[in-house]
Design a protein around this ligand. Structure first.
Ligand SMILES: [Zn+2]
Ligand SMILES: [Zn+2]
Length: 344
């Protein structure tokens, strides 16, 4: 009975926080298209992101800003509150804006999409026609997201942190969300370092009101905490914010880079995969050619003791076989590369 109850709890948790595994995919997710990022099932990374945001916001206003000098506190509080608010608004915008093709959005959300049948079609989108959404796409950059089960205009990527696709319609909001998160995490990390520096060099925190001001309504909240507790708490917030800032800065630079190239994330990854496949094919071909040369040389040496006719036959066979293997290998890898390219 208890095991059954635990099993039900796990099922409920799995429904709420499902991963990307097809084995765990619930029927709702495969039959219908996802409309927005708050639609169930939530993704574990999405929930983790919310928890990190909550920890940083709460600790900023509960610990970091109260430790500031009273005359600095309002300015810093307003600035960081504005950055947090911008991030939360853009975060919600990216989550709730449906980046699907307008013709997909005009269809009812409870429309059951067919399962993709590889026996009938090689790809989901062929000649500009999506076999699942039953629409004709306007651009080659429109891709069918298998997780959201819908066609996305100028598909960039499916973001697990936002549990939504990023496409033409919500890309700007995504950039605002990303930049505001970087600003917030850098601001909080900087504030943490400043507070720790004060405690290290002056043996007390920045706010003089920590010692004897009992009229300040903000200070009593953190006054009972010892300096050691505050140092540990501030260090933890600073490290968490710094890690978030580093990861997001990397992502931001990447998006700046692909913007300069005029590519989406999907196109960049696809091109890179294609280049890797071609490079692998060239390496295999070079190895096969070297093997052919070695075999030909060996055959030539062996045949030098035999008759002239036999020498010619052996050499030709030995040289041709590895070369044809190399050619076949190159062709196969190149075909695989093109399959990867147009798989969606
Ligand atoms: Zn589609
Ligand atoms: Zn998606």
């Amino acid at each position: 009975m208890r095991n059954e109850r635990n099993g039900n709890s796990r099922d409920i948790l799995r429904r709420w926080c499902s991963g990307q595994s097809n084995a765990l995919a619930i029927p709702e997710r495969r039959k219908f298209r996802r409309v927005h990022g708050l639609q169930l099932p939530l993704h574990p990374q999405q929930v983790t992101g919310w928890i990190v945001i909550l920890i940083i916001v709460v600790n900023t206003f509960a610990i970091l800003t109260p430790l500031l000098e009273p005359n600095l506190r309002p300015v810093f509080s307003i600035v960081i509150a504005a950055i947090f608010l911008t991030h939360i608004c853009s975060h919600l915008t990216v989550l709730l804006l449906d980046p699907a093709d307008p013709r997909v959005r005009s269809q009812p959300t409870n429309k059951v999409l067919p399962e993709f049948d590889r026996q009938k079609h090689s790809h989901v989108i062929e000649n500009g026609r999506c076999h699942l959404c039953n629409i004709t796409t306007e651009s080659k950059r429109t891709k069918h997201c298998s997780i959201c089960n819908k066609c996305i205009v100028r598909f960039d990527h499916h973001c697990k942190w936002l549990n939504n696709c990023i496409g033409a319609r919500n890309y700007r909001a995504f950039l605002v969300c990303l930049i505001s998160a970087i600003l917030a995490s850098l601001f909080v990390a900087g504030l943490s370092v400043t507070e720790l520096s004060f405690s290290l060099f002056t043996d007390r925190f920045a706010s003089p009101s920590m010692e004897n001001n009992t009229t300040d309504p903000v200070i009593p909240f953190i006054a009972p905490a010892s300096d050691t507790t505050l140092i540990i708490a501030i260090s933890a917030i600073g490290i968490l914010s710094a890690i978030v800032a580093i990861l997001l800065l990397h992502l931001c630079f990447f998006h700046g880079y692909i913007a300069c190239l005029g590519l989406t994330t999907y196109e960049y990854v696809r091109n890179k995969r294609e280049k890797n496949s071609v490079a692998a094919a060239v390496a295999i071909a070079a190895a096969a050619t070297a093997a052919a040369a070695a075999a030909a040389a060996a055959a030539s040496t062996a045949a030098s003791t035999a008759s002239g006719t036999a020498t010619s036959a052996v050499t030709t066979t030995a040289a041709t076989a590895p070369t044809s293997v190399a050619t076949t290998t190159v062709t196969t890898v190149a075909e695989n590369a093109s399959t990867i390219t147009i798989q969606r």
